[in-house]
Design a protein around this ligand. Structure first.
Ligand SMILES: Cc1cc2nc3c(=O)[nH]c(=O)nc-3n(C[C@H](O)[C@H](O)[C@H](O)COP(=O)(O)OP(=O)(O)OC[C@H]3O[C@@H](n4cnc5c(N)ncnc54)[C@H](O)[C@@H]3O)c2cc1C
Length: 406
């Protein structure tokens, strides 16, 4: 097996939303950047396909939004919930102070290919596919590069900075010895597709019946469905049989009755083990973690991609000046990224844990008398209140901006 060594300013490990966005933004700022992605392509199903208004606004700031909107996508302008047959509109994005007042739904691989396309326009951007980081190179206390495996050869990347964007099972953060705080998640999610009719609403719809919660996301000719189950409950669901599962789905969302036969076998059902965790320290000398590598998010609100991208934008803005000067960002600079993004992360996770424990937990336990909870009654009665969840879901806490071209 041969070995290759390259040097660069910044080595980004992981070509997901955080890594690709950071790689492209640094390269746009003139920083030589290498992104290592272990897969040959971005084709992975059900990875989260939501592009939020804050991300769309950023694409507009970059001047890329027209190109983006030419790609096939759906536009979601409302989120609602159906509690035992009573419909409650929850979020209305039409008042957000941004250019695109909707959530765009686009397969994640199309979005990542789109970023890779922009990256390729910058001479200082390099995306290495089928390049799997296996460890960090550490000299003294300083991370100075990455060891990786490519087909038929080992790769050594020496860099001023390594950014770990390798997702919620991050190998780089483990190699760095950073401590993870597990916030707990009492739920798991079963993902599946069911047919959508042209007469169905174009929206995100939560369906709640005692003991059951099913979220439907309209995706053109199909519904992307997230069926929420108690933690580690998949075995029991399977044991009850596919027919019982189809029946439970149709009972929770009566609109889908007659369509659940589309689930031919358990192969049509994908399990997401929900985790909510975060790192106490996001960095050590020479290494920064962002995105899911720092904070695995609950699927509640579908904000994981948005947060990962916001981290990348903040990191790009804070790190680019020293990297462009040819210097390794010092620990104080790396900590500025955590200071900037730590609060939005904690606030979002706090809301998710609250929703998990106070709303979803009791629903799955079958408790509650079926009456609408007070916040939902208020949203039903006062339409202006729907702007609040729209803002939290659509823009998040402390939205980032790319600023003018450096
Ligand atoms: C089933 C599912 C559904 C979801 N639905 C939503 C949703 O609707 N909306 C939403 O906002 N979020 C959703 N999420 C969460 C969202 O996908 C993540 O929050 C987001 O992708 C995080 O981006 P990231 O770039 O930090 O990490 P990831 O997207 O996990 O990207 C990490 C990348 O690193 C690569 N990698 C890993 N290890 C290595 C290595 N050693 N060397 C090189 N490359 C490596 C991986 O191949 C991957 O491409 C969902 C997640 C799952 C699993």
């Amino acid at each position: 097996m041969t070995g290759v060594t390259i040097t660069t300013s910044c080595c980004v490990v992981g070509g997901g939303p955080a890594g690709m966005m950071l790689g492209v933004l640094l390269a746009r700022a003139g920083v030589e950047t290498v992104v290592l992605e272990k897969h040959a392509d971005f084709l992975r199903d059900f990875r989260g396909d939501t592009i939020h208004p804050s991300t769309l606004e950023m694409l507009a700031e970059l001047g890329w939004i027209e190109d983006f909107l030419r790609l096939p996508h759906q536009e979601i302008r409302n989120v609602g919930v159906d509690v035992c047959g009573v419909h409650v509109p929850v979020a209305d994005f039409s008042h957000l102070p941004v250019r695109c007042r909707f959530v765009a739904l686009m397969p994640q691989w199309d979005f990542l290919d789109f970023l890779a396309g922009w990256g390729a326009t910058f001479p200082s951007f390099q995306l290495r596919r089928r390049s799997e980081a296996t460890g960090l190179i550490i000299e003294g206390d300083q991370v100075v590069g990455v060891q990786a495996q490519e087909p038929g050869r080992t790769l050594t990347v020496r860099s001023r900075l390594v950014v770990a964007t390798d997702g919620r099972h991050s190998r780089m953060r483990a190699a760095a010895g950073l401590t993870v705080q597990d916030l707990g998640a009492p739920i798991d999610v079963l993902w599946m597709r069911l047919p959508r009719l042209p007469s169905d609403p174009e929206a995100v719809l939560g369906n709640v019946r005692a003991g059951h919660l099913l979220v439907l996301i309209s995706r053109g000719d199909y519904w992307q469905c997230a069926y929420v189950i108690p933690k580690d409950g998949y075995g029991a669901v399977r044991q009850a049989g596919l027919d019982a599962f189809r029946h439970a789905v149709a009972e929770t969302a009566p609109m889908l009755a007659g369509r659940t036969d589309a689930l031919k076998s358990w192969d049509d059902v994908k399990v997401l083990t929900v985790k909510v965790d975060r790192l106490e320290q996001w960095c050590r000398p020479g290494l920064l973690c962002i995105g899911d590598a720092v904070h695995a998010m609950s699927p509640i609100g579908g904000v994981g991609i948005n947060l990962a991208i916001q981290d990348a934008v903040a990191a790009g803005r804070i790190l680019a000046p020293s990297l462009r000067r040819g210097e390794a960002p010092d620990l104080a600079t790396l900590r500025r990224v955590q200071r900037r993004r730590g609060w939005p992360t904690r606030a979002t996770q706090r809301l998710q844990v609250l929703a998990q424990n106070r709303i979803i937990g009791p629903v799955l336990a079958g408790s509650g008398d079926g009456a609408l909870p007070v916040p939902l009654r208020m949203l039903q009665r006062f339409p202006a209140l729907r702007r609040v969840p729209a803002r939290v879901l659509g823009l998040g806490f402390r939205p980032e901006h790319t600023g003018p071209h450096p």
